[in-house]
Design a protein around this ligand. Sequence first.
Ligand code: FE2
Length: 251
Amino acid sequence: MDYERPTLGGHPGPAGLDSHPGAVDNHSDSWSPMTAPSAHSSSVTAGRIRLAYDEALGPVLSAGNAFPCRSRVAYGDWLAQTYHYVFHTSRLIALAASRCDAHHDAFHRRLVEYLGEEKDHDLLLLDDLAALGYSLDEFPEDPLTAAFWQVDYYRVEHQTPLALFGRSLLLEGAAAERGSLMAEVVADAHGEKAASFLRVHGEEDPGHVERAFATLEGVEEAEATVIAAALTQSGVLYRGMLDNIRRRAGH
Ligand SMILES: [Fe+2]
């Protein structure tokens, strides 16, 4: 695989690299997860994340069920939009891992592992697009796709690096529930070579979800609030992205 990396402008790059590696909020005097008292037990805060996960995942799975993945243009657009945000996944994980201080060492170690697990997944999407007969520049980035990854840079930089678990839980939960099924449908409609991204995630992500929840058992209340909000917002943005793809494809 030898691709010329497309230019995906718009992100100014990580700021404040010389700042404290933990969560920082430069814009509020009321939010500081590193010092916030934890009013609930860790299992209660983890339960809040589980609730947000269930509430966000259900509508995303329904939208996925209705998605016309047998349509070549709709599936091609989905691959391209997925590439546009997956391009940022390894960058966001590396950024979040760098922001975890000693108090968050378990999260740092999980994020470093996660970085390895996501290696080259962006290239799978370009392979699948090529197998479908498309190139990336045939599908410009949707504004909601851009919002989907842009908000995570804000959360990691200005709220807490643990915020990244919101988006990853939603996507890995969806892949665990539907990835293998969607891979079968896509392989039947477009050929196995066009289904590698879905195939990999349908096989690998079920284990990732429970590992993420196990890591989050020790999360503090203020951090759980951000992760739950990230889950909810990610679900809304992802469903909007699917709606826009369907509209463009005429479905
Ligand atoms: Fe991945």
